[in-house]
Design a protein around this ligand. Sequence first.
Ligand SMILES: [Ca+2]
Length: 450
Amino acid sequence: MVRVWCEYEQRRSFARCFSKGAATFSGRIAAAALGLALLATTPVGATEPLPDPQPKPFSGPSTKDEAAFALWIEDFKKQALASGLSEKTLTEAFADVKLNPKVLKADAFQPEFSKPIWSYLDGAASPYRIKKGKEALETHKDLFAELQEKYEVQSRFIVAIWGLETSFGAITGDYSVIEALATLAFHGRRAKFGRTQLMAALEIIEAGDKSAAGLTGSWAGAMGHGQFIPTTYLAYAIDHDGDGKRDIWDNQGDAFASISNYLTQSGWQPGQDWGREVKLPETFDYALADRRNLRDMKEWRAAGITFINEDPVPDVDRSAAIIVPAGHTGPAFLIFENFRAILRYNNSTAYALAIGLIADQVAGGNGVIRDWPRDMTPLSKSQRKELQRRLAARGIPTGGIDGILGGKTRNAIRTFQKQNHMIADGFATTELLEKIKGNETAPASDPVAP
Ligand SMILES: [Ca+2]
């Protein structure tokens, strides 16, 4: 998937995560069928918030909606014809297309509660997925060796993406991509996304890569083994077996080559790792723990950071960042350039971490060593909005009151934490929210408790 810049919380709300140009929206995968945790995934490569901030409440399509949709399709087909698509493609593509209520419902879904990162990772890097991943590496050994030679992306990462996106091809989505995208383009809060992707999907049919009936995927148009959205497909999909079709649905060579190519094009550093769990010194300034705060590895080393097994961080110039995805009481990771390549696939720290951890474990490595703060309750969406409102009311800008704890909100939290002599990890907790509320009700002249 090409993906999105969206933090974990955003992804939970079906991601206002989006990618510039190439992005795949892998929607929610019903991994429950395999007894796996549900995973909300997002467009591959997305980097921007979606442009339509006002979701329409879902009430199901009416007859009036369906009539309007039919008119909309006619108008869209005219524009598609004018842009060079053939009558034949358009007739075939829209033959059985109806307004899809399941797509509308999925698009309108905005959960109040989000899963904490450790629960997400438990499901993502489950023992079942690790076992299946090891088997997949063995089963497709020759193909993976060939692709690793050609694209220089280690096979364990391709397996991790394949496993997380579609449970190794088991759940690739059975929506008609044309219908799903036309529905989004007509009605959803992702209208612009839907329209762009619909046009790209029609180009796939026009090029003869897949028939309209074969163009299946998630409710948000993510397709095939690696859940590429149509624009990502057009830009990065590969015909590995040379049969003239880029078949990411039914040809594993094409699918794995496409994922490899996407990572290569996203700046993958051959032979390098994604990151490592680290041990931070007691004096560590948590304000530095931000995936955008890149420093040379030798600087982190000089700051007293070691790998979790206390091995030294290499004394090299390669850039890396520190992240503490559950705040200062949880595990810390040093993330390398390849972490950023994975983020281009899906712009979520939790997702990229999951891929790294799966990739490590299918190759016989460890999972996370330090305990997650599992007794911590994540803030609900309304609590996250309240936190943002209260920060803003104190003159600390959060970049909007949207319940999404992105970079600006995390910086705002850090500012508040510093003002109140707390550890400035930028992590939102119920204690933090209570502290802000408590401070507001206290007389203005009260000294701030450390
Ligand atoms: Ca092919």
